[in-house]
Design a protein around this ligand. Structure first.
Ligand SMILES: CC(C)(COP(=O)(O)OP(=O)(O)OC[C@H]1O[C@@H](n2cnc3c(N)ncnc32)[C@H](O)[C@@H]1OP(=O)(O)O)[C@@H](O)C(=O)NCCC(=O)NCCS
Length: 349
């Protein structure tokens, strides 16, 4: 059975840099608070027009495809991970396929938030291992800046997130011991509402301990999106930050250890951990808990904020471009986020 390996990797971040001080124009926050709690100094925001989740994904994909030494027409499957799609439906995968003039291949969108890219890689890996496809494009892209509450009310969330995209091309390899060694996926829906965006949605307050005021229970009504919903700011994400933090620092180390143990390896064998860039404090806690040296962990949240499904491919691409990922290196990708969902991918580069 072949394994899959990352044949090409690319990233794209918008030009527009938004500093912590820039955010103080819109909300009551400070550079000091944001840096101290999250490690973030600045993030990128896409252009208001002409730049979407899909177009950023395309820019990253072009680089990944070129580095893999193939053309868009060689791609035989697309997996696109995002929580901020251009359209509610259809997904970004088909828009990318159309724009990149690819063949009539399958396109799958993944809705797994911060662990979206890990889930996407795992799905793509199964298709390569089974011999179904030979050139799978896996994209993670987010345009958060279009869906955040920039008033003081939303500050605990809005300061964290940024825009950007990353992509890889997965191909089969027969080279012994190389490529993706294993993937490990988990979820626990118990805390689904702790980090979520409820609207637009079909929930009709079914799961809500505290019903949203905007819901209109008339027999036929504009329940999916309403003026009241917008007036009540119930169209923005919500997060119980401390609860997310507590769960993340348990599940990150657990799923990294699971990946190493499954391959009879230890943290001493690890050349690089690329954690989802949720919060620098979470990454530092995980590093400490696993006893990893600074050179064994790659973080770039300081520059880009949390780009959700894009954060791992952006960080991995940067690390690779800086020569921090070399042939034969053992690299672990790990993510945790909304759902809660979490997972890891262990790769021998
Ligand atoms: C969000 C997070 C940074 C908040 O830090 P925290 O220390 O837990 O802060 P709290 O939410 O307890 O809030 C502490 C105070 O800071 C305030 N605060 C929140 N956001 C603020 C901001 N951007 N600027 C200034 N003050 C802020 C709160 O209103 C609160 O004030 P109060 O004590 O007067 O009520 C932190 O919980 C976190 O990083 N959690 C994980 C989030 C995450 O990783 N999400 C992505 C998952 S993939």
């Amino acid at each position: 059975m072949p394994r899959s390996f990352i044949a090409g990797i690319g990233m794209y971040v918008p030009e527009n840099i938004v500093t912590n001080n820039d955010l103080t124009k819109y909300m009551d926050t400070s550079d000091e608070w944001i840096q101290e709690r999250t490690g973030i100094k600045e993030r990128r925001y896409a252009k208001r027009t002409g730049e979407t989740t899909t177009t950023m994904g395309i820019e990253a994909a072009k680089i990944a495809i070129e580095r893999a030494g193939i053309t868009p027409q060689d791609i035989d499957f697309i997996v696109f991970a995002t929580l901020s799609p251009d359209y509610y439906f259809p997904g970004c995968g088909v828009l990318l396929q159309r724009e990149m003039k690819m063949k009539e291949i399958g396109a799958l969108d993944i809705r797994n938030q911060c662990s979206g890219f890990v889930y996407a890689l795992s799905v793509a890996d199964q298709f390569i291992r089974s011999g179904t496809y030979k050139n799978i494009l896996v994209v993670g892209s987010e345009k958060h800046s279009f869906g955040l509450d920039f008033s003081t009310r939303g500050r605990n969330i809005s300061v964290i997130f940024g825009d950007g995209a990353g992509a890889v091309v997965l191909q089969p390899t027969e080279k012994e011991g190389h490529g993706i060694l294993s993937t490990h996926l988990h979820s626990d829906g118990e805390s689904a509402e702790m980090l979520a965006m409820f609207n637009p949605g079909t929930h009709a307050n079914h799961w809500m301990e505290q019903p949203l005021a905007s819901f209109n229970d008339a027999e036929i009504a504009d329940m999916f999106m309403s003026h009241k919903m917008i007036d009540n700011a119930e169209n923005f994400p919500v997060m119980d930050g401390p609860a997310v933090f507590k769960k993340a620092i348990v599940k990150f180390p657990e799923v990294i250890k699971e990946a190493l143990a499954a391959n009879n390896l230890t943290t001493a064998d690890l050349n690089l951990l690329v954690p989802h860039q949720a919060n620098l404090r979470i990454a530092q806690f995980v590093q400490q808990k696993l006893g990893l040296r600074d050179d064994q962990v790659y973080n770039n949240i300081q520059k880009f904020g949390n780009t959700t499904a894009a954060s791992i491919p952006i960080a991995l691409c940067e690390a690779w471009e800086q020569g921090k990922v070399k042939e034969g290196d053992l690299v672990c990708l790990a993510a945790f986020g909304s759902g809660f969902t979490w997972g890891s991918v262990l790769v021998r580069w």
